[in-house]
Each structure stands twice: as structure tokens, then as C-alpha cells.
Design a protein around this ligand. Structure first.
Ligand code: ADP
Length: 317
């Protein structure tokens, strides 16, 4: 059994002006100990999908399909059961640590909170665990007494990671955890995440618009475009879908001079989800589109070893 299984998940926001399909028929699996990256431009539905995993979406979002966490359907969970699952079985690290932390509560108390809420530790034990967690994320233990504003952006993101680790969950969902940080701090936090998932038995679902960040950290990637997964496959190796290829060119692997010299950046913008093109949603921007692409939508199909892609040009001999 996979740790996480998404089966035909669609998420629609109900706007005053009509419906906005943010995620459309996504099926994905994540095995224990695996790191899966979800990549796509801003607006492709990545955060909506991530929030749905722990039912953190606003009320106006309708979720369809099945989300199974260790075999248990998240969509049908009672609020009581959801509270038990959050932090303890799966936790989320968000992009802006500023928003995730309470500005008037000391760091140590915030890290201890999930432990105390879930009655996983006495106040005394929780204090010791906080010290241990701070050390794990590379912060001095005296930082427990600090308030968020006394820390740098990178340090606050480390605190968020400590909170996410506190209850020893099996799954950590990281939504653009380093995007708000400057490059050097970003690299440090990514190294930290890599070390932590390597040394604990934790699975990672990481979301980013930056393919090079994910390619470095993840075993497998899913590429999203306009609410759909258009490609899945190993993080190393060549992409099959023209959209993934364009993303790879826009975010060349660090240290790869050839791809830096010839970035084939994508022109145009992703489509408005309330007014999607017919056929393949990517066809208006696709450099290799055929006439039929404006009318025929292709499902994910085999595109090489352990790879699938939703493109008419792949998998046909
Ligand atoms: P990403 O994380 O890939 O940037 P999002 O999941 O944030 O994408 O957004 C997907 C689509 O859903 C976008 O068109 C966005 O405008 C819309 N959206 C996101 N959050 C809400 C919301 N709370 N209400 C209505 N629409 C939303």
C-alpha cells in the first residue's frame, strides 16, 4: 500500500462569478520513504492540491475523488480524526514562515504546541524535545526563548521545519519552502531537508515552480499544467512532454552550462482556469503542437521507463 494515494482528485473553487477548476483529475502515489516533487508554473494548482491533502482548503473549495493517507480516506474524515492526523501523521511546511508562526509566542512554545495538543509529551519532555528539534534543524537551543521577529527568514523556515518534524510524521508536505529565501539560505534549507528525510523514515511531497530545486531533492516528479498532471517520471532523465521540457530549459540544473546558454523560456501565460482552451490545454503555447492538439485532449500514457506524459507525440511508434 502506498503511503499516499490520490485517485482522480478534482478541486473546484466556487466563485461569485462561477466555478474555477483549480485541480482536474489528478492521480498520484507516494510510497513510504520516497520524495515526490510537484512542479509547475504559478497558478497550476499545486498549492490547492497540497492543502487538500490535509483538508486545509477554504470552505468554497469542493474536493472530488479520493485522497488516501495510509489507506484512510482524508476527504471523508471527521474533524476529530483530521486533528489527530495533522502534525502527527502528516504536516505541512509553507512558503512564508512569517505567516505560519505566531508573532507573540516564543519559538519553543510554538514547536512544543503540536506535541502538547496531541498529548505526545509532558511539558517537561516537550521542552527537551524542542531542544533536540532545534539542534536537528541547526539552531542553538537558546533560540527556544526567541520570538519570530528576532530570527532571520532562513531561521524562521528552520523553525517551521522543526514544528513539522515534532510529532514524527510519516509524511511532510513542503510547499515552496525556500522560495522566499535568498539563494544561499535557500541552499542551506534544502540541504537540511535532504538530510532530515534521509535520516528519518519520512516521505516528502515537495512543491515548487523551480524544477532544478526539485530535481535535486526528489526521486520522482509530477509536472502540473492548468490543474492537470501532464507528466510523471523519475527526477533524473529526460522529460517527454513539451511543457516539462520548456520548464527544464527555464530552470536549468545548477552547474549545467549547456542548458544555461540556451534557455528556451516559455512565451505567454498559463490559461485562465475559468476559460480553458479546448483540446490539449497546453497547445496554444506548445512549440510542437499539431493541428489535432486544439481538439483532442490526451490522457497520461507510457512515455519511456516509469514515465508517463499526456502528449500526442509521445509513446507512439
Ligand atoms: P499554484 O500553487 O500552482 O500557484 P494554486 O493552487 O495557488 O496554484 O492556484 C490554482 C488556481 O486556483 C489559480 O487559478 C488560483 O487563482 C485559484 N485559487 C487559489 N486559491 C483560491 C481561492 N481561495 N479561491 C479561489 N480561487 C483560488
Amino acid at each position: 500500500m502506498s503511503l499516499l494515494e490520490l485517485d482522480d482528485v478534482s478541486i473546484t473553487y466556487q466563485l461569485a462569478t462561477g466555478e474555477l477548476p483549480a485541480v482536474r483529475g489528478v492521480s498520484l502515489t507516494l510510497d513510504a520513504g520516497e520524495a515526490l516533487g510537484i512542479v509547475g508554473e504559478s497558478g497550476s494548482g499545486k498549492s490547492t492540491l497540497a492543502m487538500a491533502l490535509l483538508r486545509l482548503l477554504p470552505r468554497d473549495a469542493r474536493i472530488e475523488g479520493r485522497i488516501l493517507l495510509e489507506g484512510e480516506d482524508v476527504i471523508g474524515m471527521s474533524w476529530g480524526r483530521l486533528r489527530a492526523v495533522r502534525w502527527a501523521e502528516a504536516s505541512i511546511v509553507f512558503q512564508g514562515a512569517q505567516h505560519g508562526l505566531n508573532p507573540v509566542q516564543r519559538i519553543g512554545d510554538q514547536i512544543a504546541e503540536p506535541l502538547l495538543i496531541h498529548r505526545l509529551a509532558s511539558p517537561d519532555k516537550a521542552r527537551r524535545r524542542v531542544a533536540e528539534l532545534l539542534e536537528q534543524v541547526g539552531l542553538p537551543t537558546w533560540r527556544a526563548k526567541s520570538y519570530p521577529h528576532e530570527l532571520s527568514g532562513g531561521q524562521r523556515q528552520r523553525v517551521m521545519i522543526a514544528m513539522a518534524l515534532a510529532c514524527e510524521p510519516r509524511l511532510i508536505i513542503a510547499d515552496e519552502p525556500t522560495t522566499a529565501l535568498d539563494l544561499m539560505v535557500q541552499a542551506q534549507v534544502l540541504t537540511l531537508i535532504r538530510e532530515l528525510i534521509g535520516s528519518h523514515d519520512i516521505s516528502l511531497l515537495m512543491i515548487s515552480h523551480d524544477l532544478s530545486v526539485l530535481a535535486d531533492l526528489c526521486d520522482r516528479l509530477a509536472v502540473m499544467y492548468a490543474g492537470r498532471v501532464v507528466e510523471t517520471g523519475p527526477a533524473s532523465g529526460l522529460f517527454a512532454h513539451p511543457y516539462s521540457r520548456a520548464l527544464a530549459a527555464a530552470f536549468p540544473t545548477v552547474g549545467d552550462p549547456a542548458s544555461r546558454l540556451a534557455p528556451q523560456g516559455l512565451g505567454g501565460d498559463p490559461p485562465d482556469p475559468t476559460d480553458l482552451p479546448t483540446g490539449c490545454v497546453f497547445h496554444p503555447r506548445c512549440p510542437v503542437a499539431l493541428d489535432s492538439c486544439s481538439t483532442v485532449e490526451i490522457d497520461l500514457r507510457p512515455a519511456g521507463e516509469r514515465r508517463t506524459a499526456a502528449c500526442v507525440l509521445v509513446g507512439e511508434d
